[in-house]
Design a protein around this ligand. Structure first.
Ligand SMILES: *Cc1c(COP(=O)(O)O)cnc(C)c1O
Ligand code: SF4
Length: 384
């Protein structure tokens, strides 16, 4: 856990910038939602903006919306323009420049959407986008084409079509509820949705993908945890970006979910100048394990229009995974994934420890780069 953001520095931020709010308001997730930073004026009040940031904020209309919860804003340095969370949340001019090869929808989700809000590219699992709203908007979002735009079906009767699709396909045993951020929905709407999905006999596991424990941990109330607990096996994948997000508040949120018996995994996007070095990534993975979150995926940043300033060479990710594997517990090593263009699915691009093969002998390398040989038995018992 970082001590940069002790509850005291967050409290000092609240008293300075939100003097009308007591601890009670601050810890109320709906208050946090209502007081989000939504425009240039709001940002200027909290941060000294660079020229680049100011220019990027002009005429943001049409692009991804701006939104930062007061809690998350408190984690961002006021003056340090290299602050990693700042780069993730405050627009820079780079997002105006779409490079050749970039696309609004690089994963071809739209093309693989049999009914609105549902993406079906793998045989036995579906991605169910239930809202396009988030508590805070990450500038590198893979779904920047839809977040905050109000185009996804989000009313209950609009969800029926997707539920019906799942009900009619017995091969679907895994439903990943995502968005936007599904935990932005009220307890009642989430409960309705989970009940309907649990009702389908062939749906074995339910999953929720969210960034809420990092950007709005106040949302993880005891009531929410108690409600979610009734829908096991339910997994939650949490989008974490940087060790600065690992505060006491986010630890408490994860703890409430873990205590409800929910297995927690993390998903992190590899981002240039934000988390693309071994020390930062190691701190993040260790910090997550301390919060009972198992690092699940490290994602290569997708070629979404206007995100070139966030992307790193693939070699960077491979070397980070190399620096983790063997050097620390295997629990701290996520799988490094690249999402193939146009709905090809996730491709693992972990480092290669197989050097070569000589007949039945495999020449392998360990984490220190030393060579080892493993001979497969050639004469397998035929009647075993
Ligand atoms: C990532 C993704 C999933 C979930 O994949 P897992 O590897 O099982 O976590 C499901 N559907 C789509 C379309 C996805 O992009
Ligand atoms: S929380 Fe997820 S869906 Fe929302 S803006 Fe960030 S990456 Fe996109």
């Amino acid at each position: 856990m970082t001590d940069r953001h002790t509850p005291n520095s967050i409290t000092a931020f609240r008293k300075r910038y939100f003097p009308g709010a007591g601890a009670r308001e601050w810890n109320d997730w709906r208050w946090q939602m209502r007081h989000r930073v939504r425009d240039a004026k709001g940002l200027e009040r909290l941060f000294s903006l660079t020229e680049d940031e100011q220019a990027a904020l002009q005429g943001l209309n049409g692009a991804m919306p701006l939104g930062i919860t007061p809690y998350y804003a408190a984690l961002i340095s006021r003056d340090d323009t290299r602050d990693p969370l700042r780069k993730a949340m405050i627009p820079r001019l780079g997002e105006r420049h779409a490079l050749p090869g970039e696309q609004a929808d690089p994963l071809g989700e739209q093309a693989h959407s049999p009914v609105p809000g549902l993406v079906h590219t793998y045989p036995d699992k579906v991605l169910f986008l239930v809202t396009d709203l988030c508590a805070s908007y990450c500038r590198y979002c893979t779904r920047s084409r839809i977040v905050g735009k109000g185009t996804l079906p989000t009313a209950r009767q609009q969800w029926e079509q997707a539920i019906e699709y799942i009900r009619n396909r017995p091969e679907i045993r895994d439903v990943l509820i995502s968005g936007g951020d599904p935990l932005i929905l009220s307890d009642a709407r989430l409960e309705w949705l989970l009940t309907r999905l649990r009702d389908i006999p062939h749906v074995e596991m339910l999953r929720i993908g969210t960034k809420i424990p990092a950007v709005l941990p106040q949302r993880i109330t005891p009531d929410l945890a108690r409600m979610l607990k009734r829908f096991h096996p339910l997994y939650v994948s949490i989008h974490f970006t940087h060790p600065s997000e690992l505060t006491k508040a986010s630890a408490r949120a994860c703890s409430r979910l873990a205590d409800a018996g929910i297995p927690l995994g993390s998903q992190t996007v590899l981002l240039a100048g934000i988390n693309d070095d071994l020390a930062t990534m190691r701190d993040l993975m260790h910090g997550l394990l301390n919060m009972r979150v198992k690092p699940y995926y490290l994602h290569q940043c997708d070629p979404v229009s206007g995100t070139s300033h966030f992307r790193t060479p693939i070699e960077k990710g491979v070397s980070i995974i190399r620096g983790l594997h063997g050097h620390t517990t295997g629990y701290a090593v996520p799988a490094y994934m690249l999402d193939a263009a146009g709905g090809g699915g996730k491709v693992p691009i972990n480092p290669d420890y197989i050097k070569r093969r000589e007949g039945n002998v495999w020449i392998l390398s360990n984490y220190r780069g030393l060579e080892y040989r493993y001979a497969e038995s050639v004469d397998r018992p035929t009647n075993a």
